[in-house]
Ligand binder design. Structure first.
Ligand code: TPP
Ligand code: MG
Length: 291
């Protein structure tokens, strides 16, 4: 299979995002156009005059990748090239925060655009600032854990639920730890006409603070603890979940990353971990992940 995301890019060793992009393009194939906003992906893949992209790729502003992709959709329809996949591949800051207006419009107008977010749970490119995807009580540079603070005081925004509320034909979560599942979901999104939203768990060694060899194991633990449920919604209905055979306690996941170190060192940390455990338990119940 041709590698449509060439090696030799400048991502950190151990970054999950290039793996996610490679898997996405494996599934979408060469007849694909990608729009990406500013963020780590754009920075590591296109240092002028080089490019790691073996498919057509366009860089948008931080906030408007969905609008740029909408325009591409209109043009491709006009040219009668409706079999070309039009993807956005974007970070969480761009998706959950600054780009959400353009995404909402793209969903509402029903463009044939597959919007894929590689979710590393903060603004990594600019130095690990919190985004609305950052989980509860995570240490970031704008929500530093300290004597009093436990880090980010707000829970992670439920972006897939926002996509489902737009009655988007296909919504799914995926993980770099489950490559077959990830590819299958991208393929399915491309096969269903109209907009789709896929959110991929993509650990970041710098922002999450872990050893480069542990990326996939950490992504897998997020799923096994039920903190990152894997599911699909088709036309607004839950259409499938990846069952968790043996649910692990959230500590198993949290202790792998420096961004949660304070939870194990500070007085009151156990209460915070109990709250995070309750979030995982709620996911297990909501999506029927167990049994
Ligand atoms: C309007 C605007 N505001 C801020 C920036 C600066 N900026 C560039 S990338 C980035 C963070 C990107 O975060 P995310 O979308 O999560 O992608 P990541 O870097 O984590 O891959 C920011 C704040 C910008 N380019 N444009
Ligand atoms: Mg990010």
């Amino acid at each position: 299979m041709q590698n449509l995301f060439a090696p030799g890019h400048r991502a950190c060793a151990g970054c999950a995002m290039p793996t996610a992009v490679k898997l996405i393009l494996d599934a979408a194939g060469p007849n694909t156009i990608v729009a990406s906003p500013t963020g780590c992906l754009e920075v590591i893949s296109t240092p002028f005059p080089e490019s790691a992209w073996e498919v057509a790729w366009i860089h948008s502003l931080f906030e408007n990748a969905a609008a740029v992709a909408s325009g591409i959709d209109v043009v491709m329809k006009r040219l009668g090239k409706e079999d070309t996949n039009i993807l956005v591949i974007a970070g969480d800051g761009s998706t959950f925060d600054i780009g959400i207006g353009c995404i909402s419009g793209m969903f509402e107008r029903g463009h044939n655009v597959k919007y894929i977010c590689y979710d590393n749970e903060a603004y990594m490119n600019t130095g690990v600032q919190r985004s609305s995807s950052t989980p509860f009580c995570t240490n970031t540079t704008t929500t530093p854990a300290g004597k009093v603070s436990f880090g980010n005081p707000l829970p992670k925004k439920d972006m897939p639920a926002i996509a489902v509320a737009h009655r988007v034909p296909y919504v799914a979560t995926a993980s770099v730890a489950y490559p077959v599942d990830l590819r299958k979901k991208v393929k399915r999104a491309c096969e269903i006409k109209g907009p789709a939203y896929i959110q991929i768990s993509a650990p970041c060694i710098t922002g999450w603070n872990f050893e480069a060899g542990n990326t996939i194991e950490i992504a897998r633990l997020a799923v096994e603890t039920c903190l990152w449920p894997l599911y699909e919604y088709v036309f607004g209905e839950l259409d499938g979940v990846k069952k968790v055979r043996s649910k692990k306690p959230v500590e198993d996941y949290l202790k792998t990353q420096g961004r949660y170190r304070h939870l194990f060192r500070k007085e009151g940390g156990a209460e915070v971990i109990a709250k995070i455990q309750a979030m995982a338990d709620a996911n297990a119940l909501k999506f029927g992940l167990l049994g």
